[in-house]
Design a protein around this ligand. Sequence first.
Ligand code: PMP
Length: 459
Amino acid sequence: MTTTTSNRTKFWQSQDAEHHLHPFTNHGQLRKKGVRMITGAKGIYITDSEGKQMLDGMAGLWCAQLGYGNEELVEAAATAMRELSYYNLFFMTSTPYATELAAKIAEKTPGDISQVHFACSGSEAVDTAYKLVKYYWNMKGQPKRKHFVARVGAYHGSTTVAASLSGLSGMHPQFDLPLEGIHHVGPTPHWYANGQGLSEEEFTDVCVKAVEDKFLELGPENVAVFLGEPVMGAGGMMPPPKGYWAKIEALCRKYGILLWADEVICGWGRTGKWFGSEYYGFQPDIMTMAKGMSSGYQPISAVALGGDIADAIASNDEEMAHGFTYAGHPVAAAVALKNIEIMERDGLVGDAAQDRIDYFQSQIRTLEDHPLIGQVRGLGFLGGLQMVADKETRKAFDSEVDIGYRCRENCFNNGLVMRAVGDSMVLSPPLIITKEQIDELVTKARYALDLTAKEVGYM
Ligand code: PMP
């Protein structure tokens, strides 16, 4: 490391400590430690200001499907910026990029999804969908349908509505949330953690019954929508138990309640299919999406609607009083279009990707023999490594051990980005990852787990 590199890092660390408040960060700790500066990225690797390279096992924040520094996406952005640096979609205008992207989303989404409204982030898409659900029921003359049913352990974003819909209790008290009319049903449909002693199917029934009980408690005629991530992501990478979504879908249809799939993580190839709802074979009325849609090169998100909510809003003869200045920004839409084109052309989703997905899933499962690992779970290019204090009883580590944080630091310090959610280590690598890179990822993960096990006396 050169002195110049180190000086530059220190300079940024001090500027950052003086002026910068970060998302989801303990600022007291950050100031003691000094921020890590990421200065470059190429392919599936990121580089910090000390020149250290790390394999990004998280694709940024679950978003860099094509990895970093893809020249075709750079070119698409530059071309669009030269041609049409900005225009909006308000008051009966559009741009070719936004219009073509809306059509592409309608083509790629399952079933009868037909209408697309753009926003700039996952949270904005979630806020928008929340408003559109209210708008729909008001329009249909059912204004009593005001209750939103979400799940304990869900993550839906950080704006006031999205944080309220999130079922992570740590997100609420600092901000006087959740908003009224938002409910969280437990248990979280995570069989390993919550279904001990039950078969997977029995556990599915427990989870679905809890949702039905909540509908009945509120009065089904007062429930607007049920929403969930096809695979719960930021709450800990928790795929649902077998048959869960088919039963939830049937329940929503039984009571005439809308079904909303929050596809912000699961959408755009993450599960190996284009969308998580396609993976699980259910038909949402509403889909929210962001992240992988542009591989994170530009901020763009969308709400996609099908069935009656799509028809009702699309044919309503009044102004829909909602929208964001930068929604469907031409540069972002151009990048998203190119991103989807590349995913199709290069076989990054569907059958063509299956061989690499199978390899990823089989290789991460080799970690199940590790003394810290109770369960490895995953599908598509999603993985979760559950650390436990006792593999037999599934007993969790004491919170003071901070096992997730320890392991995350050992990953970072040894060339791998793997995120810790509680006691689970989470993986969501770029969809372009090769088999050799999967080997590298798993070797590095094992090494970090070994270091962590030694620290806590398990090896
Ligand atoms: N919904 C889900 C399912 C998410 O995972 C996220 C982000 N991780 C969001 C919404 C919020 O997206 P954003 O951070 O872009 O606002």
